[in-house]
Unconditional design. Structure first.
Length: 229
């Protein structure tokens, strides 16, 4: 593989030496001596690698290689584009919908019985929040339900994009002011989607998934802006 487009001595070092996830790296001084690169330059490149989630720096341990998580590489650029208005959440939502629809069949056929039980439990927890006193919006259950459905897709770009979507969804506050009836309808769909998955009615589940995408609000006042913190 040609790595000339990867403008980072530090990242090329990780690749060339095949540092495994969880493995501790030498110090920057040692790496710099081996590569003939200044520690100052490596320190800058280390910070970029940290922002991408590729390494961590732990007290009394040092630099540690982390597992590849594509969502970390996507998220910063995604939030920047949404914050400046050069991209919209609706555009990224369209990409997410296309991914879920395209990978639906692969995803549901690989779910385990434990996965299906988890989905049923998430639906139960969501209804308990929506029908409780006081009422709570089941945001975490919403995220976990969709990510669980696609958790067995062996494609880190797919799972990474979907995880980044839910981080951006939370940041966009798109459903912050949605009425109670909206959440009831959303979770009615989710319950039927899970029932279809458990029953093996995968085509029905896909039709329900596609239909429920239309519920997502797109009001301009709820889109992300640079004034949001």
């Amino acid at each position: 593989m040609r790595l000339n487009k990867l403008d980072s001595n530090f990242l090329r070092y990780l690749i060339d030496t095949q540092v495994a996830p969880g493995e501790r790296l030498p110090t920057l001084n040692q790496i710099g001596q081996e590569l003939g690169v200044s520690v100052g330059k490596l320190r800058e490149q280390l910070e970029i690698a940290r922002s991408l989630g590729l390494v961590s720096v732990r007290p009394r341990v040092g630099i540690v290689r982390e597992p590849f998580d594509f969502s970390q590489a996507v998220l910063a650029g995604l939030l920047f584009g949404l914050g400046t208005g050069e991209a919209t959440f609706q555009q990224f939502s369209q990409l997410r919908q296309a991914i879920e629809i395209d990978f639906w069949d692969t995803a549901v056929h690989h779910l385990t019985s434990e996965d299906k039980q988890k989905l049923q439990l998430l639906v139960q927890k969501a209804w308990a929040k929506l029908k409780g006193n006081p009422i709570h919006v089941p945001n975490e259950e919403h995220r976990q339900l969709h990510l669980t459905i696609f958790s067995r897709v062996e494609n880190p770009f797919v799972t990474g994009m979907l995880a980044a979507y839910w981080d951006a969804y939370e940041a966009s506050e798109l459903t912050r002011f949605s009425p109670y009836d909206y959440w009831l309808e959303v979770w009615s769909y989710h319950e039927r989607i899970v029932e279809a998955i458990v029953a093996g009615a995968f085509e029905e589940g896909l039709a329900l998934l596609s239909a429920h995408f239309d519920l997502l609000p797109t009001h301009p006042e709820t889109t992300m802006s640079s004034n949001h913190q």
